[in-house]
Design a protein around this ligand. Structure first.
Ligand code: B1M
Length: 211
């Protein structure tokens, strides 16, 4: 049984988005549990991708391929996991801030977080502070994650945190920020709970904040 999990993890690391869903389906047909397939196969593979990415032995295009394989494999499990009421380890609301259309990095962060077993509600890009606030009320996340790629849109992270405070919701959520023009000092200055340097780092940070 552990052999099929190892094969799944390897397919994720290799970023094989054709064979991953096929093997997930085979595992299901063999009667394996959806959560075991997720935890011991897909997430194990994605964890290794995070380690290799952080260590510099995997690069962005490969990580994106792994993320796609992970996504396609997970799609088959999603309905089963929902039915089985498997408890995800936390919920994160993710968006690129107002005025900013860059979403490749933010989507990658979301996929890495899904790979860590988190439920991700992806609000897309150009997300106004008010939309973050409304989404917190609707989805009740544990963490709000904001991305910005432009020096001109970084300030909307602070505006969003302020809007969350003014709505009386700041104590309900942790806030993490990331994006190429930011650093940890900026995150602290605007009152965020953490800053993620890259996708793996962001996912790890979310896990730490939930622990
Ligand atoms: Co634009 N762009 N762009 N662009 N673009 C940059 C960001 C830029 C650095 C290019 C340059 O001048 N060298 C520059 C910004 C300069 C600045 O402000 N410092 C720039 C500019 C100026 C612009 C426009 C203003 C250009 C123009 O129109 N004159 C315009 C702005 C549009 C707007 O947003 N309103 C614009 C438009 C675009 C496109 C739409 C064409 C396209 C975006 C498409 C898309 O995202 N769907 C685009 C692209 C692709 C880029 C570059 C080339 C690549 C960005 C990217 O996807 N990187 C970029 C130059 C560059 O970065 N080399 C550039 C790959 C991605 C995986 O990395 O996004 O850094 P990244 O995400 C990382 C980390 O930052 C981190 O983890 C991710 C994965 O490791 N991270 C988080 C990100 N969010 C996180 C959140 C977290 C944690 C970690 O927790 C919540």
């Amino acid at each position: 049984m552990s052999e099929i999990f190892e094969q799944l993890a390897t397919l994720i690391i290799e970023g094989d988005d054709e064979k991953t869903p096929e093997l997930v389906q085979k595992a299901l047909d063999d009667g394996l549990d959806a959560k075991d397939i997720l935890d011991n196969g897909l997430i194990t593979g994605m964890n290794e991708v995070g380690v290799r990415f952080k260590g510099g032995s995997m690069y962005m295009p490969e990580v994106l391929m792994s993320a796609k394989a992970m996504h396609d494999g997970q799609e088959l499990l999603r309905p089963l996991l929902a039915t089985a009421k498997v408890k995800r380890s936390g919920k994160i609301l993710l968006g690129t801030v107002k005025g900013d259309l860059h979403d490749i990095g933010k989507n990658l962060v979301g996929m890495m977080m899904e790979g860590q077993g988190l439920e991700v509600v992806n609000l897309g890009f150009n997300v106004e502070p008010e939309k973050f606030v409304a989404a917190i009320k609707e989805h009740k996340p544990d963490i709000v994650g904001m991305s910005s790629m432009l020096t001109t849109t970084m300030r909307f992270m602070g505006h969003t945190i302020k809007a969350i405070e003014e709505a009386g919701l700041r104590d309900n959520v942790k806030v993490i920020v990331g994006g190429a023009p930011l650093d940890a000092a900026f995150g602290q200055r605007i009152g965020a709970d953490g800053y993620g340097y890259n996708a793996g780092d962001g996912a790890e940070l979310a896990k730490q904040l939930l622990a």
